[in-house]
Design a protein around this ligand. Structure first.
Ligand SMILES: C[S@@+](CC[C@H](N)C(=O)[O-])C[C@H]1O[C@@H](n2cnc3c(N)ncnc32)[C@H](O)[C@@H]1O
Length: 321
């Protein structure tokens, strides 16, 4: 498109979204009673049917940014690598390495492996390549569609681990793997289900982070609660490896992208709106402020210094005594 016609197109586009037209569209929606019921339904449905895990937009976004089939932080062999020298390709390789390390821990090659919280199916592919028999489980509709399409012969359990029909799957698996997924699972309910579906002598391989100190961020089980629940239910930790340093490069990379691109672009869009459409900017000021706060909160979650201070990322192998 030539520069003058591109400028004309942009002008036309901006003209269409004036403060008055935006307010008119919203008022029209609110005015007609036929819209009240759908609006009420939307308000009730804010988290979407099935809750956060049913269609998590954040995990979907990660899946689009890193299409290698994994949604975890990956295992970097070189923890000292600064984020400026990392690439999306290197992160995808680290995610495959993370998966391979977990498959290496599967000793029972004869019985099935439950990949609980299978994400986009990266680990399913690795398990199949090693001649193992995986079963996938996820509550997320996007992931269910993708895993079913990529691995049509792999059994799929749709839903949360806590809701798995235990009678149907009692003592069915030699191994359960929770790869960066147990943090989303209710602690007691999750343990009860894993105990029920594992064969006697079976092992649970977990890779995930735990909260170690006081923090306002709620993600991850606290390490003390987790180990107390394990002890109470007769679990033993067979091996434990702290891989916090190996996941930090990815976290630092995401943080750098947010700070270097996300924040400045948000600022640019706001300032441009203020200059080009002052009335619309005035009306949207509170919403924009709220969006900026949310972006900052998301950035704090991936601040490597905060993560290392408040959490530890572990690979655990567990069996019941
Ligand atoms: C960060 S992703 C990790 C995905 C994959 N295991 C990997 O390593 O790439 C977390 C996974 O846990 C799943 N999940 C969330 N809540 C869950 C629950 N209650 N039970 C089982 N899986 C759950 C998500 O849908 C997603 O598949």
């Amino acid at each position: 498109m030539a520069q003058s016609s591109r400028a004309g197109f942009r002008k036309k586009l901006l003209k269409k979204v004036t403060a008055r037209s935006a307010a008119k569209h919203v008022a029209r929606r609110l005015f007609f009673p036929r819209n009240w019921l759908p609006l009420l339904r939307c308000l009730r449905r804010r988290k979407g049917p099935g809750g956060k895990s049913g269609d998590d937009a954040q995990l979907k976004l990660y899946g689009q940014l890193l299409p290698g089939g994994f949604l975890n932080y990956g295992y970097s062999e070189n923890p000292a690598l600064p984020p400026e020298q990392l690439s999306l390709d290197a992160i995808q390789r680290a995610q495959v390495r993370y998966g391979e390390r977990l498959v290496d821990l599967v000793l029972n090659k004869d019985d099935g492996v439950l990949d609980a919280g299978c994400g986009m199916g990266g680990l399913i592919g690795l398990l199949l390549r090693r001649g193992l028999r995986p079963t996938a489980l996820t509550p997320n509709r996007t992931q269910i569609r993708r895993v079913r399409a990529d691995f049509p012969d792999v059994p799929m359990i749709e839903g949360k681990l806590e809701h798995l029909p235990v009678e149907k799957f009692r003592a069915s698996f030699g191994t359960v793997i929770t790869s960066e997924s147990f943090q989303y699972v209710n602690l007691q309910q999750g343990l009860a289900v894993i105990e029920a579906v594992l064969k006697p002598g079976g092992r649970w391989i977990l890779c995930d982070y735990f909260r170690t100190g006081t923090t306002t961020r709620q993600s991850g089980h606290t390490w003390d609660d987790f180990t107390a629940a394990l002890a109470q239910r007769g679990w033993k930790i067979i091996s434990q490896q702290d891989i916090t340093a190996n996941v930090l490069p990815t976290i630092a990379f995401v943080h750098m992208c947010g700070n270097r691109f996300g924040m400045p672009v948000a600022q640019f869009v706001t300032e441009r709106l203020e200059r080009k459409q002052p009335a619309l900017h005035f009306l949207a000021q509170d919403v924009l402020g709220e969006l900026r706060t949310q972006l900052q909160e998301h950035l704090d979650v991936v601040d490597p210094a905060i993560f290392a201070r408040e959490k530890k990322y572990l690979t655990l192998v567990m069996e019941r005594g």
